[in-house]
Design a protein around this ligand. Structure first.
Ligand code: ADP
Ligand code: MG
Length: 728
């Protein structure tokens, strides 16, 4: 009998919630307590240094060495007052999550003692010996060292005893080795391009902000059960496990009461998040059992992304304190929904206008249409690339399955907006008198009333318009949002630049400004039409239709990555200054390599478990059945014995069929890996893993899941889905 499984299951049932001690103050008082925000900058920095820093944050002005020293001194004092003893440059390497290297504030004072030291030099830039971070060959080929540099636009914060300084991570030759550097460049590109277009409507706007509001989905699993599942432990997902008889059919989990133990975890997570200045707001159950969601109020994109990375780290840490493990993998369990991270994305001005929200005046609404149509065009032109930006070995389980966005990028607009665009497309300039600002045949001025009660939602769309923003739903729960955001920002920046050039050309021909804008919009609506789809994204008809429309329908992740290296993608990234060809190539090497490694690990884990858990257990059970057959034969006359043991005979055979098939398939899988491992091109190797190893994982699993149904429950060593998914 499998003792371990029963012990952990029992312990999971008995585990009590750990009660959270609330801070005595109200949330508004401890919000951002651990952040070196403007309030603390003001308090800890000399007036001149404070002003220089604010100028640098708001306007990108460079900091002098002496100012940096003054800032470092103030920041160190604040950190020490907060009890911090160490500092680290905190950066976003091309893996998931974040990286940090902690150094103590103390330095030798040259007289045999130590002093607390933290100079401007250490604050602003550090060399990194972290040569083990993926870099796609950039550092090997061109320059051995990389360095991290302070991102002043994201405030420093304290976690435990460490002052964390958000930084970008770049090679000495200037190439980005992280997600943050190109994200910042993409934000800059959008700011410039959108500002120019915005000036057609509002000449006094000075800056365009990109906003991101992420919704983070995750699963919680009891820690003991997790530890008894080597596949979860090593790969983040279950590589086997028969569906539970009950899972999400009754739809009773979504918005149901949150279990106490989970609630206590959430409470503590929220308190810690608020202290870090993360404006968490929403929490609820998700569709699948033991699946939950957390969402903050949206923020400026770079900060929001830092906050998402921090939240994921906090979740991992606090879940363990509450006897859980958090699963951020996109598809931890087969047969129930996977997890995504919806990226609500919008652009806004420094004067408080959301550019993708309809307004009150004709001008406002022409601006609204202008930005919507340009975003659609950008998404249309780069739909394959945007898919690449959210693709990974793990998210592949979610995309295209019947639950989450399909593996084709399209945009949902809803009835009202669709009608407006259709109307515009079929109108002609002579019908319009926008310049005269009279009531128009198009009734553009009345858009707000139409959209205000626009509640229709389409959960199958990967990129949906939701009133004043787009929701990029295809992003994976484990991903760094920056990957999707920088591709989207760069694509939109490029499109806005092209749009402006076209409009300006018309104006130069003598056209009135608004007529020129409408002419180009009308033309653009026609071109980008194929990206607009309001129907069911899960249907087979859509796959056919999307193919006819020329949208990217590729489902193989290694091939989807090719989109980054298409001439139009390289041109787009280079023309917006976000990334160059060399960086794109290097990053793709990393993507292919990571893909291969993930599948390789899964294949090894599954092979091991199949051979040393599943086959031994199945064989043991089979032996007990054989034993039983022999004993029946001893007891009864031959004919009766044959009848009485007939079902067991069938089971014996079925078990044998499964174990033989498992052993054969595992051998094939090992062979497929050997062949793939001999390929030197990272791209070809990833393709081989996708084509020859991935299908084996599924095949083997099916036999194992079949055995799980047959084999004596008491012998089965691995916690089952019904235990993993329903224990709180
Ligand atoms: P849902 O109904 O999709 O759950 P919510 O109202 O909960 O929508 O919003 C989800 C996320 O979208 C939140 O983080 C919210 O702050 C964010 N959000 C709302 N408006 C915008 C916007 N204009 N730009 C970016 N994010 C936004
Ligand atoms: Mg949403």
């Amino acid at each position: 009998m499998s003792d371990l499984r029963f012990r952990v299951v029992e312990a999971a049932f008995r585990r009590k919630a750990e009660e959270v001690v609330y801070p005595s103050e109200r949330p508004s008082l401890y919000f951002a307590k651990n952040v070196f925000n403007r309030e603390k900058m003001h308090k800890y920095l000399p007036a001149q240094a404070y002003e220089k820093l604010i100028d640098s944050i708001d306007n990108g002005m460079p900091l002098s060495r002496s100012t940096a020293d003054a800032i470092a001194a103030g920041m160190k004092q604040w950190a020490i007052d907060m009890g911090a003893t160490h500092y680290t440059h905190w950066f976003h390497p091309l893996t998931e999550g974040t990286a940090e290297k902690h150094d103590a504030f103390v330095e030798p004072d040259g007289k045999g003692g130590m002093i607390e030291e933290f100079s401007g030099k250490l604050l602003i830039q550090q060399e990194s010996d972290a040569s083990s971070f993926p870099n796609g060959g950039i550092r090997n080929t061109f320059e051995a060292r990389g360095y991290s540099a302070w991102d002043v636009s994201s405030p420093a914060f304290i976690v435990d005893d460490t002052l964390c300084i958000p930084t970008i991570f770049i090679a000495y030759t200037g190439e980005s080795l992280d997600y943050k550097a190109p994200l910042l460049k993409s934000l800059d590109a959008v700011n410039k391009a959108a500002l120019d277009v915005c000036h057609y409507f509002y000449p006094d706007v000075k800056k365009i902000y990109t906003y991101l509001g992420w919704e983070q989905e995750y699963f919680l699993v009891d820690e003991g059960l997790y530890a008894a599942r080597p596949d979860l432990l090593l790969t983040g997902r279950t590589l086997m496990g028969h569906e539970s008889s009950k899972n999400q059919q009754l739809e009773d989990h979504y918005f149901g009461a949150i279990p106490t133990r989970v609630l206590e975890f959430m409470k503590e997570l929220e308190i810690e998040a608020l202290k870090l200045g993360i404006p968490v707001k929403t929490r609820h159950n998700e569709v699948a059992p033991n699946q939950f969601e957390l969402a903050p109020i949206y923020e400026e994109c770079n900060l929001a992304n830092d906050h998402n990375l921090l939240i994921m780290a906090l979740m991992r840490k606090l879940a363990r304190k509450h006897g859980f493990r958090v699963l951020l993998h996109e598809k931890p369990f087969k047969g129930v929904n996977g997890s995504g991270k919806h990226n609500n994305w919008s652009l806004g001005t420094d004067t408080g206008i959301l550019l993708m929200a309809p307004g009150k005046t004709t001008e406002d609404n022409l601006r609204f249409i202008t930005f919507i149509v340009n975003v659609l065009m950008a998404v249309y032109r780069h739909n394959g690339l945007l898919k690449a930006s959210i693709s990974s070995a793990t998210n592949a389980h979610r995309l295209g399955a019947n639950e989450a966005p399909p593996a084709i990028i399209s945009s949902f607009l809803g009835t009202q907006l669709s009608l407006i665009l259709e109307h515009l497309e079929n109108s002609n300039s002579d019908d319009l008198d926008i310049a005269g600002k009279q009531e128009l045949k198009l009734n553009i001025a009345r858009i707000p009333e139409l959209l205000i009660d626009n509640t229709d939602r389409n959960r199958t769309s990967p990129f949906a318009f939701t009133g004043n923003r787009f929701e990029f739903r295809a992003v994976g729960s484990e991903a760094n949002c920056a990957s999707a955001m920088l591709a989207l920002n760069a694509a939109v920046a490029e499109q806005l630049k092209l749009f402006k050039a076209e409009v300006d050309a018309k104006i130069a021909e003598g056209k009135d400004k608004f007529t020129a804008i409408l002419d180009i919009i009308r033309k653009t609506i026609k071109v980008c039409k194929p990206i607009h789809f309001d129907g069911n994204g899960y249907s087979d008809e859509w796959k056919e239709e999307a193919r006819r429309r020329g949208l990217d329908c590729e489902t193989s992740v290694p091939l989807i990555f090719d989109n980054y290296l298409k001439p139009e993608s390289i041109k787009m990234f280079e023309s917006t200054g976000v990334m160059n060809r060399k960086e794109l190539k290097a990053r793709n090497e990393v993507k292919w390599e990571t893909y291969t490694k993930k599948i390789q690990i899964e294949a090894r884990v599954l092979g091991d478990l199949a051979m040393n858990h599943i086959i031994p257990v199945a064989t043991k059970y089979q032996t007990s059945l054989i034993d039983n057959v022999y004993k029946i034969k001893d007891l009864f006359p031959a004919e009766k014995a044959a009848y009485l043991s007939s079902k067991n005979m069938e089971l014996i055979e079925e078990i044998a069929k499964c174990t033989i098939a498992i052993k054969e398939q595992v051998d094939h899988m090992i062979e497929a890996r050997k062949v793939a491992n001999r390929i030197s091109s990272e791209r070809e190797k990833a393709i081989a893993y996708h084509d020859t190893v991935v299908p084996k994982l599924e095949e083997i699993r099916e036999y194992i899941d079949n055995l799980e149904l047959i084999v004596d429950n008491e012998m089965w060593t691995l916690p089952k889905y019904r235990e993993l998914l329903f224990i709180r």
